[in-house]
Design a binder for this molecule. Sequence first.
Ligand code: FAD
Length: 405
Amino acid sequence: HHDVVIVGAGHAGVNLAAYLSKGGYQGSVALLSNETILPYKRPPLSKGFLLDAEPLESLPLRTAEYWAASPVDLQLGVEVLEVRPDEQTVVTASGRELTYGRLVWAAGGRARSLPLPGATLPGVHQVRTLDDVLALKQELPRASRAVFVGGGYIGLETAAAFRGLGLDVTVIEAAGRVLERVTSAEISEYFHRVHREAGVDIRLGATVKEFTERDGRVASVVLGDGEVPADVVVVGIGLVPNIDILAAAGASCSNGIEVDELCRTSLPAVSAIGDCTSQLNPYAPDRRMRLESVQNANEQAKVVASDLLGRPAASGEVPKFWSDQYHIKLKTAGLIAGHDQMVVRGDPGSGVFSVLYLSAGRLVAIDSVNNPVDFAKGSALIKQRAQIAPEVLADSAQPLQETGL
Ligand code: FAD
């Protein structure tokens, strides 16, 4: 028996375990991971680690010494297959039963796969786990033509890294613009232009029909209107949240496991945090959202730690995300869902600018490109739900500050 059983040792599960230890939690905590290596950071997998700028040793979220000294019982290679909420028990793949006082589901998600002929051929990859990226890196010495299916952040970051390594890169995107699901047309156009100028061939509105094979490996990607030769393919078409086991146990789920503001699920004594959850967000009223970001995983971990420690939850942080591509550091704060006005601040052509989003005159989100000052000020103003005249926002000679209307 453990007072707390955490399933999944990604950013959410590890941060929760760390906050509990730091907060002096007196109960016993087990942290179960179905991966067999020390819990690690995912963002570098499509950025510095791929480019060899960040070594393998920098990836663990906490060192082996940290875990050795921690009161948390980290168990690697343990997969939970079933949750029995009536008995407050989880069942592992090896048939072990562990009882819990509180279960925290922090199982993240898995890369969405393409149900198409040839999608499982050697040479077709995804980018979610360290193993995925180690396998991808092994291909690089003999690959010269890479095709990316999906123009989301992870696909574009990986594409930028591959260009940096000198490969020919084609990006196949089914939608009318890259990053369509996650950002505004202004930011999409900026990234499209940067990738095009870097020599990436971006095909929009393109559908993949199948992958062809030669000598037991992928040889090309067949589109609705043509074929692109490929030595290596990366499929980056989004995440499937790991909700099935908790859904089977009876938890209310939609696009994710539905949690309240304390990250409690509809099951008694079961919380959920991180990429697998769907929550109403104070920065996008009346909308349940599933946020895939390190910051969300971390904030939700904080909320559950406070809940377990019997302290008031410090919530209400502005959602944040970042992406690194080539020389570009994009930082975003707030949520663009529901904005009714958009203001560009600075010149996108200069490579330093921001896009600000307003709803009923209040600042709700900012995307900053290579502009950490505007990002910091913008984030604070979003938290204040500041009213700012659009002409002030647009004038990069004036500091970002509240003006009223
Ligand atoms: P995960 O990190 O997915 O961890 C869940 C863990 O649970 C996994 O180890 C999984 O194997 C394990 N698990 C699942 N099911 C079970 C089970 N049944 N039993 C036991 N263990 C189980 N976010 C940003 O904010 N900025 C970025 O720049 C950024 N870049 C990214 C780049 C890449 C390549 C990827 C993949 C993600 C990136 N993200 C980024 C997203 C960020 O990594 C995720 O939001 C974050 O990892 C979510 O943490 P999590 O703990 O919810 O899930």
